[in-house]
Design a binder for this molecule. Sequence first.
Ligand code: C2E
Ligand code: MG
Ligand code: MG
Length: 757
Amino acid sequence: MTALMLVSACLNIMLGGALLLLWAQEKHKDYVRDWGWSWMLLGLGLTLGPIMQDWLEPGPLRNLQALLAASALMASQGFQTAGALRYRERRVYLPLALGLFILSVLLIGSLGMRNMRSAIIAGAAVLSLMCLFSGWLIWQHGHRFERWVAMGFVALAAVHVSGPLLDEQARSVITYSIGIFVQTTLSLGLILLSVRRAHAQARQQGERFTRLAEFSLQGLVVMRHHRLLYANPAALAIFGVTEMPSEDLDLMELAVPPEQQDAARMRHGRVLADRNAHIEWESHRLNREGHTVHLQCLSSQVEWDGIPAELIVMINDSSRYEAAEALRRQALHDDLTELPNRNHAVARLQALCRPGATPFTLLSADLDRFQLVNETLGHEAGDALLRAIARRFLRQLPPTAELARLGEDQFVIIGTEAGDTIAAQALAEQLLALLSTPFSVAGAELFMHLSIGVALFPQDGRDAATLLRAADSAMHRAKATAGASWLFFDATMKQAAQARLEVEQALGRALSAGEFLLEYQPKFSAGNRQLCGFEALVRWERPERGRVSPAQFIPAAERTGQIKALGELIIRMACSQLRDWEQQLGGALPVAVNVSPLQFEDPLFAERLLEQLREFQLPPGRFEVEITETAAIGHVDRVLPQLALLHDAGVPIALDDFGTGQSSLTMLRQLPIAAMKLDRSLITPLPASDAGAIVQAACVLGRSLELEIVAEGVETYAQAAAAEALGCTQLQGFLLGRPLPVTSATLLLEQALKAAP
Ligand code: C2E
Ligand code: MG
Ligand code: MG
């Protein structure tokens, strides 16, 4: 009997141990732990109770032993019930459980001191009730197997009840034998119950994760050594496939562009080596159609079939990336020619202008007279021409020459392999040679010319802005220098640029300090050589520096926008002088004032001018407007309506410097002009016959349009005579009169008025 009990106790302890080991695998499963302790305590209770009971003589020690045995059994049953409660996800109130336990032990202990039999009955009752309670918990909503286990609890309750029924001391062999069987079976049942639940939960969790992965919008890919182990539908969709590709396929060769393979291998190695690796990366991959998809990814380690693998969570970022790319492109690209634009060129130059960087060349190339193409053939033709030029440059310049369009008709070329003057010169010549064949645009064959400025890094500028300025200065100088298509930047240009800057700065002060005055150059009628009017020419009397030529400061005023204020001042001064003459001399002759095209940017310019004439009470014919030929043609949209307004009001308009630009004859007819002034360059060579032919042709044209034809810059008698003979109707020049200060001009006018009939 004792041997049987011993076996039973050992078995219970072993089963309890098995349950505790099971719990150690998944420590959040408290009910497994409770049942483990329950069976351990059962083994202890049996050992202390029935097994060791006869080893002690009756007395206090034996009573203590009985109490300890009963406590162990009660605790065992307590843990069993707690396990059942926790299995059913009910809370166990520890203080309550502990209180009940102490109460039962005290009750049974005190009963045992007086009457052992009643203590045994009470113990059996408490144990079987707890068994029944546990059975009821497991039975409720239980599946078949759980109900079998619940029956096991009921059977155990029956065993507890059978104890005092079959034997006074509850020591019946039947109770013990059946008890061993029932407890062992029940503990096995509980082990199986725990394992079953663990499996069900694992399966459920697996299913949940599978569903999450299957319906995730993020792509999930598991791979190991370039082999694909798993890809969710979102990942398959990113790559344009519907079925999981074979595991044998090498992903690296299939989807990773060659230049990214090294990075992919390194990342894979890092992830497999480090459990906690979290690597965020962005890249592009090729999909099945060979299109590029832009991905945002996070790589980490995952255990797959017990071995580490790389889990890649990916988002198809193509649309955002493409939008950002489009914005970037827009910011850095010229839509018309598809070339990089100014921003791009500046950024590139900044990158190249590092201290100690390799020398290179910057060419600034500007088309000559491009505006004329726009005006005569239309803007579409102008655009087509720019595109054709860009295409030709791109195709025929060496790949080391980087091309960009800065705006309008200006291009820059960065010659990264042309760091010395010889290579730079070769590049400029090459560029010019590309224009030797004409461009077919809008049905016309156009020969275009470039003016190129060449600047070298680092000697001409150590930063992007300085270098660009240097190349631009050289380009402008090339444009202004007859016969020069390209020029190197040199120090004099820098000085000229500094001087320009200085003048620009001083202009503002000069305007408010009233440093400007007008001189009046007389004009004479051809033939009788009588005074017929004046041209007002502005002068800047700079304190301590003397007189500054308008050729210097008018362009500066135009660059800085100060021409508007200066132009208004000049008109006021001319009007006021005319009024003075009218008042002093009782009459006057017309005064012509030069008007810059930029003054016409003000749409109210003409109206304001007429307003001033009224204010000074001048008849409109007294005041003439001179505009240059290129200005009139180059800004036709803006200028023409205002000229028409002035013309209609009776203000004569003269086309200045005729012969220096490229006037189209149709344009000339459209302009509401009263006079054309032949530029000095046409008059100086007179009376040479070829020069005469040009002047004569111009005069024929002028006469047919009923215009006054003014010969400018007449310096010799021969020129004056030739100009008259060829048909010029007025003469202006140093021979007959230099620009005069007011007093001299007044005297001249006074004489002329007196002499007039
Ligand atoms: P422009 O309108 O063609 O003026 C004629 C220029 O030729 C004047 O030079 C005049 O002094 C010069 N000139 C006249 N006769 C002769 C000659 O026989 N021989 C030589 N060598 N030169 C002669 P200036 O005063 O230096 O003016 C230069 C230019 O500056 C003018 O050319 C005009 O385009 C501009 N300018 C002058 N005053 C004004 C003004 O008040 N407003 C604007 N917007 N521009 C002005
Ligand atoms: Mg003039
Ligand atoms: Mg002129």
